[in-house]
Design a protein around this ligand. Structure first.
Ligand code: ZN
Length: 244
């Protein structure tokens, strides 16, 4: 089976459509949450995903849109975008988000938004946090989003000096997933934060056990113009151009 692995679309329909056009054929989408928040097209993104064969876990911005999170933890711009999103979402789409699980296991992969230890909130931003999280899932592989940065953490059980290292995914090679346990982040479709503004995603071939990372340009200015029209915060509009 060929899986399209995506995360953190954040209501950026233009980026989402660019990913779907670039991905070619796939059997199913695995979406790691944060469908909404920040961007201009929350309903369209949720509807578009529902058109596709897919599974999806819930993210912190999806929770926030449902009124399940205290917005005190959000910065002012994120809070403003969240309240706008909450206002925009149609009841059917709120119902879709409300039914999403916090974690899933598919074909030997654990899927969560943040981390297996704290699926909604925890950011895996260092090998030490990854190390603790390798204890918190039973499958060989775990897929996470949330940080908006493509990265892989590897578990080396037999070599204590290289116990957990990180890999920056190569864009021009298929990674063969071997025996090591991995925590894999495909990066963000709709708001990358690693200094590269192109949409980030991955393709998994579960028969060959290979993973391919991809970055693709999309017309950022179209998303930005929609955000201006919707009155979304300027900082959120500008950051898309920098990939930050
Ligand atoms: Zn996010």
């Amino acid at each position: 089976m060929r899986y399209l692995i995506i995360s953190d679309i954040h209501s950026n329909l233009v980026a989402f459509e660019a990913v779907l056009a670039d991905a070619g054929s796939f059997d199913k989408v695995w979406c790691l949450g944060d469908m909404v928040g920040y961007g201009p097209d929350p309903n369209e993104c949720v509807e578009r995903l529902q058109d596709l064969p897919h599974v999806c876990v819930i993210g912190n911005h999806d929770w926030a849109a449902l009124g399940k999170l205290d917005l005190e933890n959000f910065n002012p711009e994120a809070r403003k975008a969240c309240l706008w999103t909450r206002d925009q979402l149609w009841p059917s789409n709120l119902g879709y988000l409300a039914a999403l699980p916090e974690s899933l296991v598919e074909e030997g992969f654990t899927l969560v938004h943040g981390s297996p230890r704290h699926p909604i909130w925890e950011y895996i931003v260092s090998p030490s946090i990854a190390r603790a999280n390798f204890e918190c899932f039973d499958t060989r592989f775990c897929l996470v989003g949330h940080t908006h940065v493509p990265i892989i953490y590897r578990h080396h059980p037999d070599n204590p000096h290289r116990a957990y290292d990180t890999l920056i995914p190569s864009l021009d090679a298929r990674l063969v997933l071997g025996e090591d346990r991995l925590i894999i982040n495909p990066g963000s479709v709709g708001q990358p934060r690693d200094g590269d503004p192109r949409a980030s995603y991955a393709i998994l071939d579960s028969d060959e056990l290979t993973l391919e990372y991809r970055r693709i340009p999309y017309p950022i200015e179209v998303t930005q113009a929609r955000m201006v029209k919707r009155g979304l915060p300027l900082r959120l509009i500008i950051r898309l151009g920098y990939g930050w």
